[in-house]
Design a protein around this ligand. Structure first.
Ligand code: HEM
Length: 161
């Protein structure tokens, strides 16, 4: 079913336009990479604050207010640019197990970020008081985002498998 969908998608006018314009994939990849830099920088700032390593001059709610919008904004850009890459080369992405591993990890990372934000809005002091929970959350978050990054790069080397 997925191979048939890929066949159909790659023959649509939009996909063919992407395939036939040599500059589209490299340009969209560059946008994807800029958004990766943004999301990773913001996640590291926030998680290092939860670990108590950096930014101790600011409270966790202040840091969250500063960096969470960048995380969500960059994820929106990643979803848009990633979708164009998929439409341009459907088989390369949708038939790759590494691609689906990346999407699963991303779903976990976004759920964790959403829960973090939800808890913060419901109890402003939660993450300051529960230091062990905060540190564990930061470690899991960093592992998830680094795994997504590695999986994204790895797709190119594990195509169709
Ligand atoms: C819904 C969100 C996303 C979608 C749909 C998506 C999709 C894609 C696709 C289709 C590729 C091309 C892979 C290839 O053919 O080699 C790619 C590359 C990549 N992605 Fe994503 N991605 C998303 C989010 C992310 C996030 C959140 C990260 C990391 C924080 C990330 C990191 C990467 C990396 C490192 C590459 C390789 C770039 C390169 O070597 O040019 N992606 N992504």
């Amino acid at each position: 079913m997925i191979p048939a969908f890929c066949d159909w998608l790659s023959n649509t006018p939009f996909s063919m336009a992407i395939q036939n314009a040599f500059w589209v994939i490299p340009t969209v990849q560059s946008v994807h990479i800029l958004a990766i830099a943004t999301v990773m920088a913001s996640v590291v700032m926030l998680d290092f604050r939860l670990l108590g390593v950096t930014g101790r001059g600011q409270t966790i709610p202040e840091m969250a207010e500063r960096f969470l919008p960048w995380v969500w904004g960059a994820v929106a850009v990643l979803a848009a640019s990633g979708s164009i890459l998929i439409i341009g080369e459907p088989g390369r992405e949708l038939l790759s197990q590494v691609f689906w591993a990346k999407m699963t990890l991303l779903a976990c990372a976004l759920t964790l970020t959403g829960v973090f934000q939800y808890v913060l809005y419901n109890s402003n002091k939660f993450w300051e008081r529960r230091k062990v929970v905060a540190r564990a959350t930061a470690v899991v978050s960093l592992l998830l985002w680094c795994s997504i990054l590695a999986a994204g790069r790895w797709i190119a080397y594990m195509a169709h498998g």
